[in-house]
Design a protein around this ligand. Structure first.
Ligand code: 3HC
Ligand code: NAI
Length: 686
């Protein structure tokens, strides 16, 4: 970490260089305080530019320090010191000014930024609120309404929008350093502006706070931080600056030590580690400049859109002319939807579509760098596709399958250059869902595997390496979720009770609602295949619903009944009768929400421990990312493995033992028992 001070005439330029993102470590905080003192004492300096080296302005407090006791100088004092400087400080922003970084900028007399910069207070995403004046200075600068949006939503805004909000004083074209020095030269001659802390918060109606509270609560669901952030802004609007700061700091410190913040920090670091697994360090991925998708159905169209969104030219190959038309229409529907929802302007949508070439001629793929297959889930059909690709594509082109349940090794059998083959398992809708399971076969070359991770980065996805087994990581655990949900039905819980309990746990949807939405047929198909392999999947009620043609919303009924054209689930008497028949002779009991969540989530953890033991997943945090980004597991719980560790693995095993004794779950696996002894999952990792 270095903070250097250069002089350009009467302007001092303070450059922060604390790679990778100039986070506000204790040493940096100390150095900033010292810089203020030095420059205050230097009579030749009339104004100061605060600028950062590297890819970004200060990206926030050092999240790595959050688990430890705060060390002085504390950030609020650093910001106060800058605000109290005897000459104007000008924050010169490129990259991101986030969290504590923006709070430092708010301590400066002025803020200038390049057009590509973004500014924000993402603290609520880490389960905390801004801790260095963000909720107190921001409403004084941009008004409570804009401050509430910025702080409780956590999303950054671009420099142009920030200028409109008067959060930024000028957007600099061209060289930031030179532009900021010129700006500082201009303001040096003027009197210092009133510090933000001395300004009043513009008044708003009382009704503003009530409606803001409703809106924030509805969005935050069970996350604590957004409402606490709102409370801090509201408090700052009716008290003086010092009282506002005291309230904010108290809330910040309390939340910093909370279980939700620990979980969200765990996810933060897991997400950042995911694209760069240590086992691939030093391996150079193959270049991907063009891509193709085979099959333009639900998944193929979504994958094509994801590739286009990342700027790659895409070829879509289908079976025949009519199927090409349908596939292209599927992609167009994605972009039309984006325009309708205001996410894309028409011109961009047109440009994305113009970059997709459709056809039924595999010859189009002769020079493509990456081909992703998304045809029917049928081994023979997939093999035939790869046989053709193998003869047509360049020998170094990467070939990938999007299969959900088939064995990628079997799919690639017999192809030329099998080292270039791997599984890339996207989730539906593929242009939206963040998870990408990357599945190497025994022959996949390291640089091809690394290409999968590089592709994920390019597409803005979270990559997780998964070994080959039925369902890889995510769908294998999903099978346990569903089996457990059915076990609950047979022991006294109704589908609506189970769904409500899982929503209360934090999932966006319960397991039965989710099956009705996606359709029960895919899992039925997959159970049939499992039975053919001699396995005995547990789904007595689902099997009967499928036999009765109750496949979910699309057939007007599944686990629930649906009025024609409606999506609201209504408890079904027919389903209740089937459950009663299947439950006959089994012990019945009363289930509360917590017991239901335990009976579903803890067996998932048990399966995940098995997955780790088998090295299907390499890290417990990878399982967390899979469940959060592919299956809606609440982020603020940190994923199932973090949840289990935070809860205490001893207790997890004890609950599983009890469920097992009642015939309601598998016994804890050896890996889970070993993890108890080791005090965590890390021994199963790596
Ligand atoms: N503290 C510590 N490390 C951080 C960090 C932070 N605030 N932000 C990023 N990092 C680390 C990452 O873990 C990663 O480390 P690694 O190379 O060892 O894996 C490295 O910096 C690079 O991060 P990214 O891969 O995310 O880099 P990108 O260039 O893709 O993105 C970024 C840069 C937009 C700045 C992104 O890192 C980001 O959004 N960071 C989080 C910013 C944030 O949440 N700030 C608020 C912190 S809370 C706070 O400030 C409280 C205050 O109010 C008191
Ligand atoms: P789909 O039935 O919607 O689309 C399949 C498409 O492949 C059809 O458009 C069909 O015309 C085309 N096709 C079939 N044979 C072809 C061939 N020989 N050459 C070119 N095109 C051909 O199926 P969906 O849902 O898109 O699934 C595709 C694959 O993705 C399957 O392997 C599935 O298991 C997997 N998958 C599906 C998910 C989902 O939620 N639907 C999620 C993740 C993976």
């Amino acid at each position: 970490m270095t903070v250097t001070i250069a002089r350009e005439g009467s302007i001092a330029v303070v450059t922060v260089d604390n790679p990778p993102v100039n986070a506000l470590s204790q040493a940096l905080r100390q150095a900033l305080v010292e810089a203020v003192a030095e420059l205050d004492a230097d009579g030749a300096v009339k104004a100061v530019v605060l600028i950062c080296a590297g890819r970004t302005f200060i990206a926030g407090a050092d999240v790595g320090e959050f688990g430890k006791p705060p060390q002085p100088p504390h950030l609020p004092d650093v910001v106060a010191r800058i605000e109290g400087a005897s000459k104007p400080w000008v924050a010169a922003i490129h990259g991101s000014a986030l969290g504590g970084g923006l709070e430092v900028a708010l301590g400066c007399a002025y803020r200038v930024a390049v057009a590509s910069a973004s500014l924000g207070l993402p603290e609520v995403r880490l389960g905390i609120i801004p801790g260095a004046g963000g909720t107190v200075r921001l409403p004084r600068l941009i008004g409570p309404a804009a401050a509430v949006d910025l702080v409780t939503g956590g999303s950054p805004v671009g420099a142009k929008k920030a200028e409109g909000l008067e959060l930024v004083d000028a957007v600099i074209d061209g060289d930031l350093r030179a532009g900021a020095i010129a700006f500082a030269g201009d303001v040096a001659a003027k009197p210092l502006p009133q510090p933000i802390s001395a300004r009043a918060v513009p008044a708003v109606e009382d009704s503003f706070w009530e409606s803001a509270e409703k809106a924030v609560a509805a969005k935050a669901k069970r996350e604590a931080a957004p409402l606490r952030a709102l409370a801090s802004i509201r408090n700052a609007s009716r008290t003086d600056f010092a009282a506002g700061m005291a309230f904010e700091r108290e809330t910040f410190l309390e939340l910093r030590g909370s279980a939700q913040a620990a979980a969200l920090r765990h996810v933060f670091f897991a997400e950042r580690a995911a694209p760069r697994p240590p086992e691939l360090s030093g391996v150079t991925p193959r270049a991907i400049r063009s891509a193709a998708v085979i099959g333009g159905g639900t998944m193929g169209a979504g994958i094509a859109a994801a590739l286009r969104d990342a700027g790659l030219p895409v070829v879509l190959v289908e079976r025949d002319g009519a199927a090409v038309e349908r596939g292209m229409a599927n992609i167009r529907a994605i972009y039309d939807g984006a325009v309708k929802r205001g996410r894309l302007v028409q011109a961009v949508s047109d440009e994305r579509m113009a970059g997709v070439a459709g056809g039924d001629d595999y010859g189009l793929l002769a020079d493509t760098d990456l081909v992703i297959e998304a045809v029917f889930e049928d081994l023979a059909v997939k093999r035939a596709v790869f046989e053709r690709l193998s003869g047509i594509c360049r020998p170094d082109a990467v070939l990938a399958t999007n299969t959900s349940y088939l064995d990628p090794a079997a799919i690639s059998e017999g192809i030329g250059h099998p080292e270039r083959f791997l599984g890339l398992h996207f989730f539906s809708p593929a242009h939206v869902m963040k998870l990408l399971e990357i599945v190497p076969t025994g022959t996949t070359a390291p640089d091809v595997l690394a290409t999968g991770f590089a592709l994920a980065r390019l597409l803005g996805k979270i990559p997780v390496r998964a070994g080959i087994c039925d369902g890889f990581i995510g769908n294998r655990i999903l099978k346990v979720t569903r089996a457990q949900a059915e076990r609950l039905l047979l022991s006294g819980a109704a589908p609506s009770t189970v769904d409500a309990a899982m929503r209360a746990f934090g999932l966006p949807m319960g397991p039965f609602e989710a099956q009705d939405l996606g359709g029960l047929d895919i899992a039925a198909f997959q159970r049939r295949a499992a039975r053919e392999r001699g396995e005995t999947p547990f789904a007595p009620v689902a099997d009967r619903l499928c036999a009765a043609g109750r496949l979910g919303q699309k057939t007007g009924g599944g686990w629930y009944d649906y009025m024609p054209g409606e999506r609201t689930p209504t408890p079904s008497e027919a389903v209740a009768a089937i459950i009663a028949e299947e439950a006959a002779g089994r012990p019945q009991r009363a289930w509360d929400e917590a017991a239901i969540a335990d009976a579903i989530v803890l067996p998932m953890v048990n399966e995940a421990a098995r997955i780790l033991e088998e090295r299907v997943a390499l890290r417990a945090a990878d399982v967390d990312l899979v469940k959060i980004h592919g299956y809606g597991f609440p982020r603020w719980r940190g994923g199932p493995m973090h949840y289990a560790e935070a809860r205490g693995l001893c207790e997890v095993v004890a609950v599983l033992d009890r469920l097992c004794a009642d015939g309601l779950a598998e016994p804890p696996c050896a890996g889970l028992r070993r993890a108890v002894e080791a005090g965590g999952f890390s021994l199963l990792a790596g």
